[in-house]
Design a protein around this ligand. Structure first.
Ligand SMILES: Nc1ncnc2c1ncn2[C@@H]1O[C@H](COP(=O)(O)OP(=O)(O)OP(=O)(O)O)[C@@H](O)[C@H]1O
Length: 839
């Protein structure tokens, strides 16, 4: 009726067992089968095969077959079985589901454990790396500490040296000041005395020359008279050769008496002539010495020469006074002799007049004749002339000479006298030559001393600047602009002078003021010269330092000329020259480093930062872009304190030309307009930021340097510039920002605890350059003319304050690992995946 269902079962079901037993066996089998651990073979097959497989585990095939039983189950039983089986299957299913769930949970737990384990591994990997880095850092730290110690030692040695040098300098200054003062006093005293003496000498000289001329004439005349008288005497002697001896003796005695004063006068005249000649020569030499240039700089050695000269002048003056006395004495003696001679002559004439009657008698008695009378008359005349000449000599007047013969004779006599006077003059000349030699030597010595002093002073300033530089002081260059055409037209005086490479002096109404800087450039200094001293800083930026070069000064003082250059691009300024220098350096080091250069260019206009790569609205030559469209540029600082412009477009450049093209594009967007002070006045502060990233190809380290080039707008006075309306607003904004910059400079130089950087965007931009971690160079531009004196002084005072600010420049270098990790961070931030090998 019902087909029997045949179940191939295992031998575990005993033969001829009851249904309940069979069922129980079946159920046992099912339970046992399920609970039994699966054999390796069991993995492959189904439950059926498991059954057959289980039979494999039974005794050999023959025995097995004998044990196999065919069980025929009636339908009801089968149904029952099936129901039971279905239930069992359900149970199995439930159990399987539980198992699956259990497995899933296990899987999840394991996955979680796995994940944790992986994280742990990564963490430990990073920890290891971090430890390695720390160790490296420690090593670096130690090295840095050692270096720092070394530097500190050097700095302290240098500081000591500087202090010593400064002390020496101060002592030297004090000494030279005292010497200069003393010398000045001495000089003015001596000059006064000297000029008085010279005045006296001049007047003496004039009178002496006149006296000399007269003396020459008189001497001539006297000489003539003497000659005539000698001839007459000789003739008389010849004629009266036969006269008695007594009479002859008497006459010769009379003649001798009358000759005596003449000879005395002659001798005195000779003396006078000689002394006059001497005086004349001395005076001429003195005047020549006076005309020769006297060393202008008051130097102590000159004080030796001047007293000598004065002593000489004294000697000459004394000689002149003595001569004058001699002259007076001579005049007196001459007058006496003249009076005597006149008396004698009167007596002779009386005798002659009264003796006409008793001619022979008287003649015999008095020993008198016509010839002796005339000779006496000649003598008297000679004395009179001599007296007249001496009077002329004394009074300094010039006699009127109308007798040519007299003159020639006088010259004859003077010629003879000159040879005698020459010896005296010679000694004075020799002395003067000696003095001139000494003067020359002293001048050379003085020149050497000045040269040595200048060299030493320059070196001292140079070393001082080097030490200041090592200390991190901000470098300040001062550049004097040439006098402009307007200033020339106004007739403005020049009030600035470059003293040496490091000093500049300003003439103020309250006296001269001296300012010292790291370098002073005169109006003649070229752009090339200025850049040569700036070049080293550009190199620092490429080495990974934060560098800032900025120009400061009143409007029209030459900031844009210095930073950008002239309009014709014939004199390129610091900015374009820096571009060339950067790429030249890159080219030179391309085998050792891999460089990346990028730049942003901003202007701070009316207290608003504007990206110059983004065109401004309303300008014809560019694509207009509204302010809402333009991205907001904000000044931020990174963890190292380096300032960067967030929101500003940064463009990469691969050559100097490309960078310059970008710069020109930016400059075209800059605000510039004409004012009374400058036809092309910058109405904004220009900020050019150049980032240079260099990867060392040997060790993989990466350094990032930033070069900030800033052309500030100039401070201006509305009255001077004639600013109105929007220009006035611009000027106010410029002055406000510069005043904030001034406050920052003052606070930093006075080392105040609070520095008001946040008062202006300009000071925020310059925060890392002033008192920050940058190597900074300030170029203070000044006008040389008197009309700008006030502004020039203000600029110089600020620049001096800036010199006192200390920065702490640090190199931005990351080791290879840190650079890699930074790259990973950048990638993660931008949502990129990070590979294992990236770490
Ligand atoms: N060293 C120099 N040699 C020759 N010309 C100079 C020099 N310095 C400045 N000038 C000239 O002086 C004028 C004013 O200079 P510049 O425009 O650079 O001044 P500024 O300080 O930038 O002024 P502002 O602040 O108003 O922009 C220009 O015509 C410039 O060519």
């Amino acid at each position: 009726m019902f087909p029997d269902i045949c179940f191939p079962v295992q031998a575990v079901i005993p033969h001829k067992t009851s249904w309940t037993q069979k069922w129980a066996a079946f159920r046992r089998w099912i339970g046992a089968d399920r609970r039994k651990p699966p054999r390796p073979e069991a993995n492959r097959g189904s439950s059926e095969s498991q059954l057959s497989d289980s039979s494999n585990a039974a005794p050999p095939a023959e025995a097995q077959r004998s044990q196999e039983v065919k069980i025929y189950i009636p339908y009801e039983s089968a149904e029952l079985y099936i129901t039971q089986i279905a239930e069992d299957m359900e149970t199995m299913k439930r159990k399987h589901l539980e198992m699956v769930q259990e497995l899933e949970e296990n899987f999840q737990v394991t996955a979680r454990e796995n994940q944790e384990w992986t994280v742990q591994r990564i963490r430990s990997h990073h920890q290891n790396k971090l430890n390695t880095l720390r160790r490296i850092l420690d090593v670096y730290q130690q090295k840095v500490e050692k270096k720092e110690e070394d530097w500190e030692r050097r700095v302290s040695a240098l500081t000591l040296q500087i202090e010593r040098l400064q002390e020496e300098q101060r002592a030297e200054r004090r000494r030279s000041k005292e010497e200069a003062l003393q010398w000045h006093r001495e000089k003015s005293k001596m000059l006064e005395v000297f000029s008085n003496r010279l005045d006296v000498l001049h007047s003496h000289q004039a009178s002496t020359i006149q006296e000399l001329q007269m003396a020459r004439q008189e001497v001539g005349k006297v000489q003539e008279m003497l000659l005539v008288s000698a001839q007459e005497q000789q003739e008389a002697a010849e004629e009266e050769g036969g006269n008695s001896g007594d009479k002859g003796e008497q006459e010769s005695a009379a003649c001798h008496d009358s000759d005596q004063p003449l000879e005395g006068a002659k001798a005195r005249l000779e003396e006078l002539k000689e002394s006059l000649y001497q005086r004349e020569r001395e005076l001429t030499e003195l005047l020549e010495a006076e005309r020769s240039p006297v060393p202008p700089v008051p130097l102590p050695p000159c004080s030796v020469l001047l007293p000598t000269l004065i002593h000489q002048a004294h000697t000459v003056c004394t000689a002149a006074a003595e001569t004058r006395n001699l002259l007076v004495q001579m005049i007196e003696e001459n007058r006496l002799a003249l009076v005597e001679a006149k008396d004698q002559l009167d007596r002779l004439q009386v005798v002659k007049g009264g003796g006409d009657n008793r001619e022979d008698e008287t003649a015999d008695q008095e020993g008198f004749d016509e010839s002796s009378l005339s000779s006496l008359q000649e003598t008297v005349r000679g004395f009179e002339i001599c007296l007249l000449a001496l009077d002329f000599i004394r009074s300094g007047e010039s006699p009127h000479m109308n007798d040519i013969d007299d003159v020639s004779e006088l010259e004859d006599i003077l010629g003879r006298g000159t040879s005698r006077a020459a010896d005296g003059v010679k000694s004075v000349g020799q002395q003067l030559l000696l003095l001139q030699d000494q003067l020359k030597q002293i001048k050379e010595e003085k020149k050497k001393i000045i040269e040595n002093y200048t060299t030493e002073r320059t070196l001292r300033k140079k070393y001082y600047n080097m030490v200041e530089d090592m200390k991190g002081k901000i470098r300040v260059f001062c550049r004097i602009r040439p006098v402009s055409r307007t200033e020339v037209a106004q007739g403005d005086a020049v009030v600035l002078e470059k003293l040496d490479d490091f000093s500049v002096t300003v003439e103020t109404p309250r006296g001269q003021r001296e300012f010292q800087f790291d370098k002073v450039f005169s109006a003649e200094a070229s752009q090339e010269e200025l850049f040569q001293d700036t070049h080293r800083l550009i190199q620092s930026a490429l080495d990974g330092f934060n560098v800032c070069i900025f120009a400061y000064g009143q409007t029209g003082s030459g900031k844009t000329f210095t930073m950008v250059g002239d309009k014709e691009q014939k004199n390129l300024g610091v900015i374009p020259r820096s571009f060339n220098a950067i790429f030249d350096f890159i080219q030179e080091n391309s085998t050792k480093f891999d460089f990346k250069v990028s730049a942003y260019m901003l202007e701070l206009y009316n207290d608003r930062l504007q990206d110059l790569f983004v065109s401004q609205a309303g300008e014809a030559h560019v694509q207009p872009q509204s302010h809402s469209q333009a991205r907001r540029v904000e000044i931020k600082r990174n963890r190292k304190g380096v300032v960067f412009a967030q929101g500003a477009e940064t463009k990469e450049a691969s050559s100097a030309q490309e960078l310059y093209a970008l710069f020109q594009q930016a400059c075209a967007n800059r605000h510039i307009s004409a004012t009374k002070m400058n036809v092309e006045s910058s109405r904004s502060h220009l900020i050019v930021g150049i980032m240079v990233e260099s990867r060392n190809l040997t060790n993989g380290s990466v350094s990032t340097g930033k070069l900030s080039l800033v052309d500030l707008a100039g401070s201006e006075r509305a009255a001077k510039t004639g600013a109105k309306d929007h220009q006035l607003k611009e000027a106010n904004s410029i002055n406000k920002s510069l005043s904030a910059l001034g406050d920052v400079i003052s606070a930093l130089s006075a080392e105040l605890p609070h520095v008001p950087y946040r008062n202006s965007k300009l000071t925020q931009v310059m925060q890392d350059s002033l008192g920050g971690n940058a190597k900074t160079l300030m170029i203070v531009n000044i006008s040389p003319s008197e009309g700008n004196l006030e502004e020039t002084l203000t600029s110089l005072i600020y620049a001096t304050r800036v010199k006192a600010i200390t920065n702490n420049a640090q190199k931005n270098v990351d080791s290879k690992e840190i650079a890699q990790l930074k790259e990973v961070i950048v990638k993660l931030r931008s949502g990129q995946t990070v590979e294992e090998e990236d770490i």
